[in-house]
Design a protein around this ligand. Structure first.
Ligand code: PLP
Length: 386
């Protein structure tokens, strides 16, 4: 039986998949089972930071694979400590907890925030305020933090201790932050919610209020992190200093890895036995992450920003395009037709694009060449003009 039939017969039906059976790739080019070529403007939802089968990344991962593929976190391993040092030095954060996904990184953030508050203030100060239209993951705790009613249907009851407020409305945020609140959690560019950057003044005001009241600021950089928006982490462009930064997706360039970066206040919050993960900080994933993070220097990040500008300019005023949002190589496109069908037509025409609610979303490999980027955008423009 073919892959599509097998999928329908054996895989839980949680994804309405596009009609593409991916087989192999190199850089920003992916081939399907029949050898048809596609320009990849999605990177597996911002995961393959350096595209498919990047030479540097493959070498780093396979070298580690042949040496030591896993060791329990009961013992030390060098790649894990090396990556943690790299992340702390590049961000100014103090400690790293490694896990395997974005949801788990946010679970760690939720637990660390509650423990910080419990250690310092005792019980009853455990609420976390997040934003309407946010996305923080699919586990029950991270769904409780996620401010999208559509994702909550059928999964009651959720965890107590979460509140959702509208983005870019400081007064409502301030009112929500009563004495029961230990943390505020937000994406700086809402990704799944439609590639919507938060207002700079709003983020600055929230950050200042949170610091004054010892409310921890958790920035969810699962999608925006690791160079995606043109800085190592998006918060660096908002000129704030979060207490916790969570990340995953592009961190290890295609291997499952998440991390919660903990700031000075939380340096000693997590203690032996308070949290853990069997696979977290796995040496193979860590080797992939070192290969990704160590290449995201200022010159490279400038090229990410330049390519983002190229896309915005190329789409400005194009037929069928109503507006373009985003930062760096995280782009949302408002269009005059249903997004899902338009994405399917792009794929048929040879460009893999994503959607986010009613928009198209582009998250190309950070190192996509200009020729391939141009080719992908021309395909997209052709579909949108129809
Ligand atoms: C994708 C995403 C998550 C969830 O990550 P998983 O690895 O799928 O658990 C959480 N937050 C944001 C902002 C995301 O984009």
């Amino acid at each position: 039986m073919d892959t599509k039939n097998l999928d329908q017969n054996y895989i839980a039906n949680t994804y309405a998949r596009f009609d593409l059976v991916a087989d192999r790739g190199k850089g920003a080019v992916v081939y399907d089972e029949n050898g048809k070529r596609y320009i990849d403007l999605g990177s597996g939802i911002a995961v393959c930071s350096f595209g498919m089968a990047d030479d540097h990344w493959v070498a780093a991962v396979t070298e580690q694979l042949g040496r030591l593929q896993h060791m329990s976190n009961l013992y030390y391993t060098a790649p894990q400590t090396k990556l943690a040092k790299l992340l702390c030095e590049k961000t100014g954060m103090s400690r790293v907890f490694f896990c395997n996904s974005g949801a788990e990184a946010n679970e760690c953030a939720i637990k660390a925030a509650r423990k910080y508050s419990s250690d310092k203030y005792g019980p009853g100060r455990s609420k976390i305020v997040s934003l309407i239209n946010s996305f923080h993951g699919r586990t029950i705790a991270t769904l409780s933090a996620t401010g999208q009613e559509a994702l909550h249907v059928d999964f009651d009851p959720f965890l107590p201790g979460f509140a959702h407020v509208p983005a870019n409305d400081f007064e409502t945020m301030k009112t929500a932050c009563d004495d029961s609140v230990c943390a505020i959690m937000m994406e700086l560019v809402q990704g799944e919610g439609g590639v919507i950057p938060l207002d700079r003044d709003y983020v600055a005001a929230v950050s200042e209020m949170a610091a004054e009241r010892d409310i921890l600021l958790i920035i969810d950089e699962v999608q925006t992190g690791n160079g995606r928006t043109g800085s190592l982490y998006a918060y660096m462009q908002y000129e704030i200093k979060p207490d916790i930064v969570t990340t995953a997706k592009g961190l290890a360039g295609g291997l499952p890895m998440g991390a919660a970066l903990l700031g000075e206040k939380l340096k000693d919050t997590l203690t032996p036995g308070s949290h853990g993960s069997t696979f977290g900080g796995n040496p193979v994933c860590t080797a992939g992450a070192i290969s990704v993070i160590s290449r995201l220097d200022e010159e490279f990040l400038a090229s990410v920003r330049a390519k983002g500008e190229y896309i915005k300019n190329a789409l400005k005023g194009a037929k069928g395009v109503l507006g373009v949002t985003g930062m760096g190589l995280m782009i949302g496109i408002s269009i005059d037709k249903p997004a899902k069908a338009a994405a399917a037509r792009c794929i048929e025409a040879g460009a893999i694009v994503l959607t986010a609610h009613e928009k198209l979303r582009l998250l190309p490999p950070l190192n996509i060449g200009m020729d391939e980027l141009r080719e992908g955008i021309e395909i997209l423009k052709g579909v949108l003009a129809q």
